[in-house]
Design a protein around this ligand. Structure first.
Ligand code: PMP
Length: 296
């Protein structure tokens, strides 16, 4: 029923050819960034931690008071069907809910009819493979994450301008990615990934002012399973400078070692043993089907 080589998206309950999956100019998602989303990946026909992604999607949605016409079970089926329609086994998947179109293109969300979309692409990598192999260079940017009182950082919203600006600042400085700080100047995360440091063989990562990454949680689970000590704590700039290792985690990047911060080498300036071990364990486990929901 789906054309071989065709590209399909899911819009409000139906799989449609990608070219007909269009968003209105008047959608509040477009006009005001009024919406939320989540990003997942499939490997070998298994969607990694699908339920955790859909649970986060629901929490984001509830946090902005957005009701949609689809339950958890329907969305689970919709994600799987969209991947199948695109005949992909390795895929990058996004599910997006917007406030939709109201009677006037004004900010008031009352009366809007929400939209839900799912898009799929062949696997995408957040950073080029060569940069990850060498270790990323990051810059501590002047961009603060929005305070929790403005927008709960756990909400994966359509407002990514601070991240976009941080990435632009980092790229201008010749770096691969930028780090965002909180109001106290502690490091929260990178533009689209969580941050960890390793100090004296202990893995540490901030807990507050972050998006609760699914990959971050997978790393903590791996640490527990493999007796690697781990701890959540705020990350000061001094902690970052004194780290033996630094790495980032995300759905589209997996575990990515960082070897330079603000032009200074991290440890000896090469991907360190703990990051490398965790990266290998993560890749092996995913390859073996760890926590994957079948698309069929
Ligand atoms: N922080 C931010 C700001 C993100 O946008 C993301 C996801 N792109 C992450 C962290 C990592 O989350 P996950 O591991 O669930 O992809």
């Amino acid at each position: 029923m789906y054309r071989n080589g065709g590209r399909y998206a899911w819009v409000n309950g139906s799989v449609v050819p990608e070219e007909s999956a269009v968003v209105s100019l008047f959608d509040h998602g477009f006009l005001y960034g009024d919406g939320i989303y989540d990003t997942m990946f499939a490997r070998r026909g298994l969607i990694f931690r699908l339920d955790a992604h859909l649970a986060r999607f629901r929490r984001s949605r509830m946090a902005i008071g957005l009701s949609i016409a689809f339950g958890e079970e329907e969305l689970r089926g919709a994600v799987r069907e969209t991947v199948r329609a695109n005949r992909l086994h390795d895929a990058y998947i996004k599910i997006i809910a917007t406030r939709g179109v109201g009677s006037e293109p004004l900010l008031d969300p009352r009366g809007c009819r929400p939209n839900v979309f799912i898009m799929v692409r062949r696997s995408l990598s957040q950073m080029p493979d060569a940069a990850v192999a060498k270790g990323l260079s990051v810059k501590v940017t002047g961009v603060s994450r929005l305070p929790e009182t403005s927008l709960d950082p756990r909400v994966k919203s359509l407002n990514y301008l601070p991240s976009v600006l941080a990435r632009m600042e980092a790229v201008r400085a010749g770096c691969d990615d930028g780090l965002l700080v909180d109001e106290q100047g502690n490091v929260c995360e990178a533009t689209g990934s969580n941050i960890f440091i390793v100090r004296s063989s202990e893995v540490r990562s901030p807990v507050r002012s972050i998006l609760e990454g699914i990959t971050r949680q997978a790393v903590l689970d791996l640490c527990l399973a493999h007796s690697i000590s781990s701890r959540g704590q705020p990350l000061t700039l001094d902690d970052l400078a004194a780290a033996d290792e630094v790495f980032l985690t995300s759905t589209a990047g997996g575990i990515m070692p960082v070897t330079r911060v603000d032009g200074q080498p991290v440890g000896p300036g090469e991907p360190g043993p703990v990051s490398t071990r965790l990266r290998t364990l993560f890749d092996e486990q995913v390859e073996a089907g760890w926590g994957g929901a079948p698309i069929d």
